[in-house]
Design a protein around this ligand. Structure first.
Ligand code: HAM
Length: 424
């Protein structure tokens, strides 16, 4: 027997039973981002590998172990995008929309990381990301948090998420801290596991968010980055916190929050939903004021975040089952040709109704079947109303409301008015 071909590990199918809830959630997200005046940008899924090496950092997990990289027919080494920030900047520099300008952008789409798949962690996953260019004050940092809060409110998950923040300071202050941290780790080398020992000189900051309980314990006594901030970064962070306080926003300063990509400076944030288990970060981001220059553009302050849509959908469904129940795909009207001769009439009427009532969903029965069979199909579609067409009396239409069983015979010319009344 021929073996079935299955989907690639870690890459999910989204079946029609799920896609409607995705559409509802995506529409809420898009509507909210638009309401802040942010504009959509659409970017390629494939970029040159050099972009990610330069942007994310050579010694990060993403670049070292997780990228899907291949050589195309021209010999170019290309990568399936693991995230959207680098591509957004590449486009900004290429099309000249960053220099001396303010931009507030969002994007949505699949990202690819070759991680070990588990619940909430996939090799192809979807993000909605936001990137702001040209604004350096902490007020925009706060707007992004306000935007997050509004998104959570619209999705009904506000009571199930919490905010952690930190500041990484400037490039210089971060380097100073790095050296202090390395000294601390050297002193405690005997406690470190192999993974941490490997990272100690290459990327010591990543040890701060180790999941190993022994390392976590050790890190409690480690020097804290907040004590090594340069003056400007300290002022920025204090203002950011002050604004959050004044707006009554609850947050926790987590001195060990460093993020997994190398491009951040100053503000970093993560939103966590504890009920999701080990993959509980639903949104992460921060400032990356040096990255545009690093990628060849002019010095441009920037900040952004991205949220993982799979994790958001899982959270919404878990904490708010009502949301799913009220957002299932059902149709309004199912059109039944009583016999084969009425099929053309049914097609014509469906089109006429779609023209007149574009806000409703109409499904026409195809493939024949007796009346009982066709009504069964209408019920399966969860139709509210069925219309039965009969060639014996061309002008007479039977309309049945499946929600209360009421049936009436009307003339063709009355159908639109009647549907408006029944469906309002
Ligand atoms: P990130 O923290 O790598 O940041 O990813 C953002 C979010 O994407 C995570 O919080 C998580 O919800 C989701 N995510 C990441 N990896 C996976 C996965 N394997 N499976 C499912 N969901 C996942 C970035 O990507 C930055 N570009 C965010 C940013 C934008 N920073 C500034 N601007």
């Amino acid at each position: 027997m021929i073996k079935n071909i299955q989907a690639v590990r870690g890459m999910k199918d989204y079946l029609p039973t799920n896609t409607y809830i995705w559409q509802v959630i995506e529409n809420i997200l898009k509507k909210t981002l638009n309401s802040y005046g942010y504009k959509e940008i659409r970017l390629p899924i494939i970029e040159k590998i050099s972009l990610y090496k330069r942007a994310i950092g050579n010694v990060t997990d993403i670049v070292e172990k997780e990228m899907y990289t291949f050589t195309d027919r021209n010999g170019d080494v290309l990568t399936l995008r693991p995230e959207g920030t680098a591509g957004c900047i590449r486009a900004g520099i290429e099309h000249g929309f960053l220099y001396n300008q303010e931009q507030r952008l969002w994007y949505m789409g699949p990202m690819f990381r070759h991680e070990r798949p588990q619940k909430g962690r996939y090799r192809q996953f979807n993000q909605i990301g936001v990137e702001v260019f040209g604004l350096k004050g902490p007020d925009i940092d706060v707007e992004l948090i306000m935007m997050n809060i509004r998104l959570w409110k619209e999705l009904g998950i506000s009571n199930h998420v919490r905010l952690e923040i930190n500041s990484l300071g400037s490039l210089n202050s971060c380097n100073n801290y790095r050296n202090v941290l390395i000294k601390f780790l050297e002193k405690n080398k005997n406690v470190l596991d192999e993974n941490c020992k490997n990272r100690m000189y290459i990327n010591p900051m990543r040890i701060l968010d180790s999941k190993n309980p022994i390392i976590k314990n050790l890190i409690h006594d480690a020097p804290k980055i907040n004590d090594y901030l340069d003056d400007d970064s300290r002022i920025h962070f204090n203002k950011f916190c002050k604004l959050l306080n004044e707006l009554d926003i609850r947050y926790k300063i987590n001195p060990y929050l460093v993020r997994g990509l190398d491009y951040y400076n100053r503000t970093v944030i993560e939103w966590i939903a504890d009920s999701l288990g080990s993959q509980s970060t639903i949104c992460g981001g921060g400032r990356y004021d040096n990255l545009v220059k690093q990628l060849g553009g002019y010095c441009t302050p920037a900040i952004g975040f991205a949220l993982g849509i799979e994790r958001i959908v899982c959270l919404v469904e878990g904490v708010n089952p009502y949301f799913k129940a009220t957002n299932t795909f059902n149709i309004d009207v199912y059109i039944i040709p009583y016999n084969e001769d009425a099929q053309l009439m049914a097609i014509n009427l469906s089109e006429k109704l779609r023209d007149a009532m574009p806000q409703f969903k109409f499904v026409t029965n195809f493939g024949g079947g007796n009346l009982k069979k066709q009504i069964k199909r209408a019920v399966k579609w969860q139709a509210s109303i069925i219309i039965i067409l009969n060639t014996i009396n061309l002008n007479e239409i039977i309309v049945k409301d499946l929600r209360n069983g009421k049936q009436q015979k009307i003339s063709k010319s009355q159908i639109i008015n009647l549907l408006h009344t029944l469906l309002k």
